[in-house]
Unconditional design. Structure first.
Length: 316
């Protein structure tokens, strides 16, 4: 339990700092709203010309003559670079294939909420975001073919924003497979023994009520003497006494556990007891903040008519 509260406290700190950074960014965008809107519009015009209208001449009006496109395909591949001439040659070839039916139709979208703009000075700005590309051949279903993060340098030339450089860093070159219908999906959980499910679900409620109400005596009766607590980031704890003492010191009145509704699954362990798994989150009472749901596994032993926890696995 002490491992869990330390990890939770660390996560709360990270969430706080991330929220502060997000607020700073929001304020920055607010001060540069006009610039943000101008470059978002330029982005839209550029990709309409790429994929919707296949208009190389329009693209040429947005790029500078010294434009360079860098593409980073990940750790195992070298970054490649295309100058203006090569880039436009590839764009024109893609358009020709699309128009004569030998190439795919492409679509690109920006992941909502990822577009950012940073002003370097009055005539230069950086634009970043996450984008996804989709391809479809005639008569076939559209599939996702790339997810990448882009970083662009824009410069104001004769009063108009022009794209000077772009770097695309590949995040995922097989997004279609990641969301494929062929990916294994477990069947809906149905308790093998409804009676055992009710018993373990009731014990879960009883145990975490002791956690939330600081009933250390009752908690101790539900822990086996040979308790083992595993945490994927914090490691292993094997002291029942220490677990109870530190729970009292660090959890009582400070943190509440919240079970994710409908997440509990229970499976019998022949001749021993049962394994329970599910999702739960933790609420910091003082800060009124709640962690993201995380997975837990509890091994319950039935001995002499009494159920006790022998193992806990907590996954961040």
């Amino acid at each position: 339990m002490i491992i869990k509260i330390l990890v939770f406290a660390f996560c709360c700190c990270i969430i706080f700092m991330t929220s502060a950074n997000a607020q700073n960014l929001k304020n920055s965008v607010g001060k540069n709203q006009e610039l943000y809107d101008q470059l978002a519009w330029k982005d839209s015009v550029l990709f309409d010309a790429f994929f919707k209208t296949c208009d190389p001449k329009k693209i040429e009006t947005i790029l500078t003559k010294d434009f360079v496109f860098y593409h980073d395909a990940g750790y195992k591949s070298e970054t490649t670079a295309q100058n203006y001439a090569d880039f436009m040659k590839n764009i024109k070839a893609s358009c020709e294939k699309k128009l004569n039916g030998t190439g795919p139709s492409m679509r690109r979208e920006i992941v909502k909420g990822t577009l950012q703009v940073f002003s370097v000075h009055n005539a230069e700005a950086i634009q970043t975001g996450v984008q996804r590309f989709y391809a479809s051949h005639k008569g076939q279903k559209e599939i996702a073919v790339e997810e990448s993060k882009f970083s662009r340098t824009w410069q104001k030339v004769n009063g108009s924003w022009k794209l000077v450089r772009e770097l695309d860093f590949m995040v995922n070159n097989r997004p279609a497979q990641a969301h494929s219908e062929e990916r294994y999906q477990p069947k809906k959980y149905v308790p093998e023994s409804p009676d055992l499910y009710r018993i373990i679900a009731g014990l879960d409620s009883t145990f975490f009520n002791t956690y939330n109400t600081c009933d250390m005596e009752k908690m101790g009766s539900l822990f086996a003497d040979e308790l083992e607590f595993y945490h994927d980031r914090g490691g292993l704890s094997t002291s029942k006494k220490e677990t109870i003492e530190r729970t009292k010191e660090n959890i009582c009145g400070k943190v509440n556990r919240i079970l994710t509704p409908g997440s509990i699954e229970v499976y019998p362990i022949q001749g021993f007891g049962a394994v329970e798994m599910g999702y739960h989150s933790f609420r910091n009472i003082a800060e009124k903040s709640e962690s993201e749901p995380s997975k837990f596994i509890i091994i319950w032993r039935l001995k002499d008519g009494n159920w006790q926890i022998t193992r806990v696995i907590s996954l961040h």
